[in-house]
Design a protein around this ligand. Structure first.
Ligand SMILES: Cc1cc2nc3c(=O)[nH]c(=O)nc-3n(C[C@H](O)[C@H](O)[C@H](O)COP(=O)(O)OP(=O)(O)OC[C@H]3O[C@@H](n4cnc5c(N)ncnc54)[C@H](O)[C@@H]3O)c2cc1C
Ligand code: FES
Length: 293
């Protein structure tokens, strides 16, 4: 049955293509798990390659985009790329065990198969970031979609100004990608970490990631890239703007429950915008309600 065009930005091309039978855009490709890296008790990074070697060789994506992943009878979910397209053949997805599908993914082992379709969504505008000082601010698994941009900045170090990462998690044991921090620091990134609560031999900062903003100054032209829980994004956007950063210079990547991932179903709408197609990367100026990101 034809759906009404409720949202102005609905992806009519994808819908007409599906209706005309010009290839099934919802049919997943098979991807093989090549490696599993545990990040913390609930989060693993999966290094994947498409089973079809030629398709895998041609496969590319941009930082900030996402894949729809699926397992038979377990549903589908959007997951951001957590690797840089330049750093490996294939791609990495960092997945938190948070529900039916992701729990089933956490049961899988090296060599098992996941369904994937994509890449989808609007990426980070890397060309607009060139030449600028960049401030990355992440909470928990929110570092995953920023990691490909950080890796891109390291691979093209001369193209960017000063790079600072402010990263927080509930406890030091829950940091994702802690194996990357020494390399990022050696590459010139000022990595500042905080944990809501200390544990083990943690001697670093204690407090919310917004506390780290107190030690940072904002200069004209600086850009911020922000990802984490909605409440963290809300307070970080407020604080950055109070520090003088214009909303146009703040990029954030949002999560909404998705079904199609390609702008046809309207499930991920945020007022008149579709997160899967107009985002997931938005500037703070583009958010219909920055108090409810
Ligand atoms: C662009 C994008 C990128 C993302 N990237 C990542 C990533 O890199 N890593 C990652 O782990 N996750 C990521 N997510 C989140 C992930 O897609 C969701 O957590 C997804 O729901 C997990 O699927 P599931 O079947 O395992 O869990 P679900 O069964 O969907 O449950 C997950 C949680 O959502 C709640 N929920 C279920 N349905 C709804 C609904 N309709 N409305 C509101 N709440 C609901 C459940 O109660 C539960 O708390 C991303 C989401 C988006 C949109
Ligand atoms: S329009 Fe279907 S998930 Fe966005």
């Amino acid at each position: 049955m034809e759906q009404p065009d409720t949202y102005p930005s609905c992806n009519l091309d994808a819908r007409r293509q599906a209706q005309a039978g010009l290839g099934n855009i919802y049919l997943p490709e098979q991807a093989i798990i090549r490696n599993i890296i545990p990040e913390n008790q609930l989060v693993n990074t999966y290094e994947l390659g498409l089973l079809d070697e030629l398709t895998n060789h041609r496969f590319t994506f941009q930082p900030g985009q996402f894949m729809m992943i699926s397992l038979p009878h377990q549903g589908e979910a959007a997951i951001s790329f957590s690797s840089s397209p330049e750093s490996m053949e294939g791609f990495a997805l960092t997945i938190r065990n948070s529900g039916r599908l992701t729990a089933a993914v956490h049961e899988l082992r090296k060599g098992d198969i996941i369904g994937v379709r994509g890449p989808y969504g609007k990426p980070f505008p890397l060309d607009q970031l060139a030449g600028k000082n960049l401030l990355f601010i992440a909470g928990g698994i929110g570092l995953a979609p920023l990691r490909p941009v950080i890796e891109h900045c390291l691979a093209h170090a001369g193209d960017f100004g000063r790079i600072t990462l402010l990263y927080g998690s509930k406890t030091p044991e829950e940091f994702c990608f802690s194996r990357d921090f020494p390399r990022w620091k050696t590459g010139g990134i000022d990595c500042r970490l905080t944990a809501d609560q200390a544990c083990g031999d943690w001697k670093g900062e204690i407090g919310l990631v917004t506390c780290l903003l107190n030690g940072v100054t904002v200069e004209e032209g600086d850009m911020a890239l922000v990802c984490g829980p909605g409440i963290m994004i809300r307070f970080v956007l407020r604080q950055l703007q109070a520090m003088g950063m214009p909303a146009e210079n703040i990029l954030t990547t949002l999560e909404r429950h998705m079904k199609c991932g390609v702008g046809t179903c309207g499930h991920c709408h945020m007022e008149e915008k579709l997160v899967c197609q107009d985002g997931p990367v938005f500037t703070a100026a583009e958010l219909p309600d920055p108090e409810n990101p």
